[in-house]
Design a binder for this molecule. Structure first.
Ligand code: ZN
Length: 468
């Protein structure tokens, strides 16, 4: 596949020749996803530096009917930010749009460009004595435009919601190259359809997010970070209920981790030690936080004591310093990578109603015995959101691994569907789950999604092959 004659030159006139990449070695990192599961072929990579340049190259692509793949930090897990294998798609990198345009502490808002790393947005909020609560393992590398386009989740969703809930407004380059300015910071704006919601979670298929206004929150001044050993997911769900009963909205994170994953992190993540005296089959990493300077740690200790007395916790610790707290979170965030040492991983980012988490784990084990008897489950994730990373370790020498992964995925998704759950909790659809989406979504849902796509991107140049 070759690009229309003159297209690359016209783009170079817009973004500068240094920011049109065409050599094979330069294209490779933009064409491969984080876990190296999806290897595409990029025809070209364009690196505009501001919204006007993005608009100009999208207009050029629309005129030439060149398909574009918007890409921010390229940390996505479903192949939504990498080109397909055709060699005809052009990657539109937003990485150089990396300015924080405004911080408004009085309005609890900031405006950041799409290429700002999540960590830099968090830092800008902190510099204004505010919190931007979106937090996930890749926060040093992922970029806010991608977080919003994919509606990222992470560890603080239980308290603050998904990326979608943290967004007050967007600036979007439409498929014809026009710029839609929806960059408002108002909390109240009931003037018709909420257009920004169309682009949040659309994975670059309806428009290219170039900037966003984001919600800020009061910064927590005291935190209690707890690490608990428990006997089962059912007990973890019970403890979640008790924690919310005692601390209400202050529960900021509530993670469930199977023992195998904690052991893998202790072994493979530098600086992580096992924090308890006693081992347990499951662990909970929970955090409560508030803006007052003291009182919460004592309340957390009393809560822990009562749960220990009632026999719900096998062993427990509360982080005694910021360093210990950081270590516990490094353990949690290191799990995905550490688990790759255990074998070949099959990943399933699924959600079920919180009360059905124990049933998901039990019935998932039965599914596994049937579909892949040599495999074992290593679930971990955001039990407070009903979202588990329901991952499976397969022997590395499994014959026809892609086919086994496929059979497993179908069986897990069938189970999740039966429990009233979702086949993608926080990672999106991308290219990887498109077929499953189309096989499982009701026909009317798919029809409405197709109509939105046709209305906003009639030529189909934005991220073809993703979602719709
Ligand atoms: Zn997660």
């Amino acid at each position: 596949v070759s690009l229309p004659p003159g297209f690359a030159e016209r783009c170079a006139a817009v973004v500068g020749p240094d920011h049109v990449l065409g050599a094979r070695a330069e294209l490779e990192p933009y064409a491969t996803d984080f876990w190296r599961h999806t290897r595409g072929e990029a025809a070209l990579v364009l690196r505009p530096r501001d919204t006007a340049e993005v608009a100009a190259v999208v207009a050029l692509a629309a005129g030439h009917r060149v398909p574009l793949v918007p890409q921010a930090g390229n940390t996505g897990l479903v192949g939504g930010g990498v080109p397909d294998a055709s060699g005809g798609q052009v990657v539109l990198s937003l990485a150089r749009l990396d300015r924080v345009r405004a911080v408004d502490p009085a309005g609890d808002a900031l405006v950041a460009e799409a290429g700002c790393t999540l960590a830099s947005v968090q830092a800008a909020a902190e510099a204004a004595d505010r919190l931007f609560p979106l937090s996930l393992g890749s926060e040093g590398t992922c970029r806010i435009g991608g977080n919003l386009a994919a509606n990222a989740g992470g560890i603080n969703v239980i308290r603050y919601g998904m990326a979608r809930d943290l967004c007050l407004g967007l600036e979007v380059v439409l498929a014809d190259g026009r710029v839609w300015n929806g960059l408002r910071t108002l909390r109240k704006d009931n003037t018709g359809y909420d257009l920004k919601q169309l682009f949040l979670g659309s994975e670059g298929t309806l428009g290219v997010v170039t900037a966003a206004s984001l919600r800020l929150f009061p910064r927590p001044r005291e935190r209690a970070t707890l690490f608990l050993g428990v006997d089962s997911p059912a007990t973890a769900v019970e403890l979640l209920g008790r924690a919310r009963g005692r601390f209400g909205e202050l529960v900021s994170a509530f993670e469930l981790i199977v023992a195998t994953c904690v052991e893998a992190a202790v072994e493979h993540v530098p600086g992580v030690r096992f924090p308890l005296a006693e081992k347990a089959p499951w662990y909970v990493l929970a955090e409560v936080a508030w803006s007052l300077p003291e009182g919460l740690e004592a309340a957390a200790d009393a809560w822990l004591e009562a749960a220990l007395e009632d026999g719900l916790i096998l062993d427990a610790t509360r982080a005694q310093s910021e360093a210990q707290r950081a270590m516990l979170w490094r353990m949690r965030e290191g799990i995905s990578e550490a688990a790759t040492r255990l074998g070949a991983i099959a990943r399933h980012d699924v959600a079920v109603p919180v009360a059905r988490i124990p049933e998901l784990v039990e019935r998932g084990a039965a599914v596994l015995r049937e579909v892949a008897p040599d495999a074992y489950l290593i679930p971990f994730g955001h039990v407070g959101d009903g979202n588990l990373h329901f991952n499976v370790v397969l022997p590395r020498d499994t014959a026809d691994l892609p086919a086994v992964r496929q059979r497993l995925q179908t069986a897990v998704f069938d189970l999740v569907g039966g429990l009233g759950g979702s086949i993608s909790a926080e990672h999106g659809i991308g290219r990887a789950k498109r077929a499953e989406l189309h096989a499982r979504k009701p026909a009317l849902d798919l029809e409405l999604m197709g109509r939105l796509k046709a209305a906003l991107d009639p030529e189909g140049i934005l991220n073809p092959g993703v979602i719709v």
